[in-house]
Design a binder for this molecule. Structure first.
Ligand SMILES: [Zn+2]
Length: 279
């Protein structure tokens, strides 16, 4: 099996130039990459497509263009690292829109609660797949609002490389000598605690009985969320904080840099990329 994979690596499929250029131009957050980085992203994307199946679910057809856009975004975080960070992934599954996932949780009294909820994306642990809603992924391509579903789910996958997702990804001897794990924990914990306080204050200013189907409530939400350095979903837990901070790092880093400069610096040392180019 390993031999076959290595052979594949030597002869990755060549992407048609126009398809690649169209995909790059459709995602403005890739504009910061220089020519060398663009070429490397293309090579990695070709290898990613050779190594991982991207399949449709719910009658969805994954076109070459869709596969290419997903693969390119998946490769962005590992541009200067290694595709081995996705070695244990059982492929990518794409639904046309939000998909329903059954959740189950046991409360403190031992009562099992089960419910179904629509999801835009999910990264399954222990060698599982990455599952995406194309409708939601596509929304993040055209504009830089600091959110990116595909990057988010693949960062969870990276985070799972040393056990479950907990906001502390694997540090690789080859790439991460500059990161002291204890420093990572200290910086991220402090930023996470501060962000939770900011999100608590943000939620207190939302309309009472907030209704996500109410247009004026949604407008108020968007207006208040604008003052946060990143998506309030990052306050969910430390794994979500790392994934949401990474989305901001790759798509709209300035507010993150202003609020949590040390987090931005550690992400630069982790991804070995400069989020903000000197002017
Ligand atoms: Zn998440």
């Amino acid at each position: 099996m390993e031999l076959i994979r290595r052979l594949f690596r030597r002869t990755p499929p060549q992407l048609p130039g126009t398809l690649w250029n169209d995909a790059m131009n459709s995602m403005p957050f890739l504009a910061r990459l220089d020519d060398g980085e663009r070429r490397r992203l293309q090579t990695l994307t070709e290898r990613f497509l050779a190594e991982h199946a991207i399949s449709g679910a719910g009658d969805f057809t994954v076109t070459d263009d869709i596969a290419l856009r997903i693969a390119a975004q998946a490769c962005l975080p590992v541009l200067n690292l290694t595709l081995d960070l996705y070695r244990d992934m059982a492929g990518v599954i794409v639904y046309p829109s939000a998909f329903i996932v059954r959740h189950s949780e046991t409360d403190e009294a031992g009562v099992v609660h089960e419910w179904e909820a629509p999801m835009a994306g999910e990264a399954l642990d222990a060698g599982g797949a990455v599952v995406l809603s194309w409708e939601d992924a596509l929304e993040d391509h055209a504009w830089d609002d600091g959110g990116n579903l595909v990057i988010h789910e693949f960062v969870h996958k990276i985070d799972m490389g040393n056990g479950g997702a907990n906001g502390c990804p694997p540090f690789l001897a080859e790439f991460h000598q500059r990161i002291a794990p204890a420093h990572w924990t200290t910086v991220f914990s402090a930023a996470y605690d501060d962000f939770c306080r900011r999100v608590d204050a943000f939620e207190r200013r939302l309309p009472a009985n907030f209704d996500e189907d109410n247009e004026s409530h949604l407008d108020r939400y968007a207006q208040l969320a604008e003052a946060l350095p990143m998506d309030p979903y990052g306050a969910e837990n430390p794994a979500e904080f790392f994934a949401v901070a990474s989305e901001a790092f790759f798509t709209r880093p300035a507010p993150l840099a202003a609020a949590y400069g040390q987090v931005l610096e550690l992400l630069e040392h982790y991804y070995l990329q400069k989020a903000i180019r000197p002017a």
